[in-house]
Design a protein around this ligand. Structure first.
Ligand code: DON
Length: 626
């Protein structure tokens, strides 16, 4: 019966756009919404076209999804406040900023004239009073320096040069009497000390910076991305200050609507009277909606719906739990079933089949933070009851926060001197776990090795096996193996051994030297007399990267496939240290075997037994690792 291969219909790439499709549909649906009107207490803002409507989402890696009027410029207004707050924290530190402005929500309108008279500071940086006090913290000798610095801040957040809307600025300057009253009240009580006109001038200017929804989505994504602009890669704020900014946005960003917003939408957000709203989902995206009609609380009517719907559709509420700490353990195995890549003698294999269960490996995956680390360490404690060695394999861990590093360091300390040894694999000091590597290195004291770190699980496993086998370090291993001790020649008669001895050539290789090269003609096979060699294969499609698949020590042979097929070498063999090998030429052995056929029969049957044992073990491993 012949099978026909059916051509699949080709998929138009343009149709695979689920996020754009959703946004387009949302935009179209909410365009029909009415209600609210553009702010007109600043006359210039009242001129805004109420039908303008744009939505933009920027991801932490710089992908932007934009619909509607996402490139229409409008003034940033109060959305400038969280960024100016981040700047103040970055420049002056938390303590100095907290002296100036608190973090308590007022539950009042943005322009309320309430001040924290007990602490002698405005309640928070999201209301006008707090924002004016924060504006005073802009660095610069002269007012023009401060203006330049303020514009530079917003430009680096947006990833492009931003400018003022002079008409809106002039309009605010002319009509902002309430803000003037707030500033003078604060001057009166020493909450600000500079000339209020200068401070207000900067505040009005910061509110009049022209942005688009696309810009604001990128600025929000900069907060989502730990303070690093996803487009330019520039670090604008330190991570610790991003957390502070998001906290006040969460508790104060939507003024007297904040409680209901948190309840229903659950995102750190900030609105502005020109109709913008930004929302930040840490580690994921920044969102901006722009639509000028605002409600009584000063929040964009469509913008609230946009954020509400996006939050629900994509399950973005801050208190949705999407963490499954249990998945941190990928799998576990023991050393009696799964072995290192070191080729072992039959006696060693038998010993490991008997005692290998004393080595337990936990493959850890994902992110390590308090909850996931607690799971791993609880499991470690359990395994330590009956394992002498527990390997924590961190190959698939991409993050360990400070709490995880501290807990792991504590566990390491408390296990020092116990019967069970803790062994780590894959904590490179130049990778994502560099902080953990440093933390663990702190425990290396007085030459007493408390922390055992290996480049990968295989190396860790090999070390544990060596401990169980009580192998002497390789450098102390015997330099010479009599041919009679080699499994490959087991069963030969004394006279046959003597014949083979005449063919053996002792060969020496320096550390790093390639003994066999992949693809080369197979003319010799080898027996290791001293030292270790590694078997490396090239990984397809990885630019010549090599993977170490086995290591071979004294008494064991390599390159013996040459006896079977005489073809090309299937791997590189590299000397791990200074190595002494016995080399035997295949053609000479074959010539000898022509007269003494029992020599070849014995060698080939020894090889077959060895290969079938290795294959059986490999099958068991595959089963255990499924
Ligand atoms: O202080 C003001 O009046 C404006 N320049 C900023 C107000 C604002 O955007 C309040 N947020 N909803």
């Amino acid at each position: 019966m012949s099978t026909q291969v059916q051509e699949l219909p080709s998929v138009e790439p343009a149709s695979l756009a689920p996020v754009e499709d959703y946004l387009r549909e949302l935009h179209q649906r909410l365009s029909a919404m009415s209600g609210g009107k553009p702010a007109d207490y600043i006359p210039e803002l009242g001129k805004a076209d109420p039908s303008l409507f744009g939505i933009a989402i920027a991801t932490v890696d710089g992908q932007i999804y934009a619909v509607g009027d996402a490139d229409h410029p409008f003034t940033i207004q109060s959305i400038s406040k969280p960024f100016m707050y981040g700047y103040a924290l970055q420049q002056h530190g938390r303590e100095a900023v907290l002296k100036h402005v608190g973090v308590e929500p007022t539950g009042e309108a943005f322009n309320s004239i309430v001040l924290d008279e007990v602490a002698n500071r405005p309640f928070n940086p999201m209301v006008n009073a707090g924002a004016i006090a924060i504006a005073e913290m802009m660095q610069g000798e002269t007012q023009s320096d401060r203006i330049v610095n303020m514009l530079a801040l917003f430009s680096s957040l947006a990833g492009r040069r931003l400018e003022l809307d002079e008409a809106v600025y002039a309009s605010e300057l002319a009509t902002g009497h309430r803000n003037r009253a707030i500033a003078y009240m604060m001057l009166n009580t020493g909450m600000i000390t500079r000339d209020p006109n200068d401070v207000l001038d900067l505040y009005f200017r910061q509110c009049s910076v022209n942005v688009t929804a696309r810009d604001l989505a990128i600025m929000a994504a900069t907060l989502a991305n730990d303070g690093v602009n996803p487009l330019t890669g520039e670090t604008v704020f330190d991570t610790r200050y991003v957390r502070d900014v998001l906290t006040v946005m969460n508790s104060c960003g939507m003024y007297d609507y904040t409680g209901q917003w948190s309840y229903e939408v659950g995102l750190s957000a900030k609105s502005g009277v020109s109709g913008g709203i930004i929302a930040v989902i840490p580690g994921q995206v920044g969102i901006c909606s722009f639509s000028p009609p605002i409600d009584k609380q000063g929040n964009s009517v469509r913008g609230i719906r946009v954020c509400h719907e996006i939050s629900n559709e994509f399950q973005l509420h801050a208190f949705n739990n999407r963490t499954n700490v249990r998945s941190v353990i990928r799998r576990e195995y023991r050393g009696d079933v799964v072995s290192s890549n070191r080729i072992r003698t039959p006696e060693e294999r038998a010993a490991l089949a008997r005692d290998g269960h004393q080595v337990a490996v936990i493959e850890v995956q994902g992110a390590l933070f308090f909850g996931s680390t607690e799971q791993v360490l609880r499991r470690l404690k359990h395994l330590a009851d009956d394992a002498r060695y527990v390997v924590l394999d961190f190959k698939r861990v991409h993050l360990a926060d400070t709490s995880a590093c501290n807990l792991i360091a504590r566990a390491t300390r408390s296990m020092a001197g116990c019967d069970t040894e803790l062994v780590f694999a894959c904590i490179a000091d130049d990778g994502p776990l560099a902080v953990l590597a440093r933390k663990l290195a702190e425990h290396e004291d007085g030459g007493d090795r408390l922390v055992r770190l290996f480049r990968d699980a295989d190396a860790a496993m090999e070390w544990c096996e060596d401990q169980l086998l009580r192998r002497p370090p390789f450098s102390d291993s015997p330099t010479k193996f009599a041919l009679t001790e080699l499994d490959l020649f087991k069963g030969l008669s004394p006279s046959e051994y003597r014949l083979i001895e005449t063919l053996v050539r002792p060969l020496t290789f320096d550390k790093g030297e390639i003994i066999i090269r992949e693809g080369a003609e197979a003319k010799l096979f080898f027996v290791v007399a001293r030292g270790t060699v590694s078997v490396q294969i090239s990984v397809p499609g990885q630019g010549g990267r090599k993977k170490r698949v086995a290591s071979i020590g004294p008494g064991l042979s390599f390159g013996e496939m040459a006896l079977l097929d005489g073809g090309k070498r299937s791997a590189d063999i590299i000397a791990d240290e200074r190595v002494i090998c016995y080399g035997l030429a295949v053609d000479q052995l074959q010539e000898l075997a022509a007269e003494h056929p029992n020599i070849m029969i014995t060698i080939l049957s020894n090889l077959t037994r060895e290969f079938s044992e290795r294959l059986r073990h490999a099958n068991e491993e595959i089963r255990a690792l499924e």
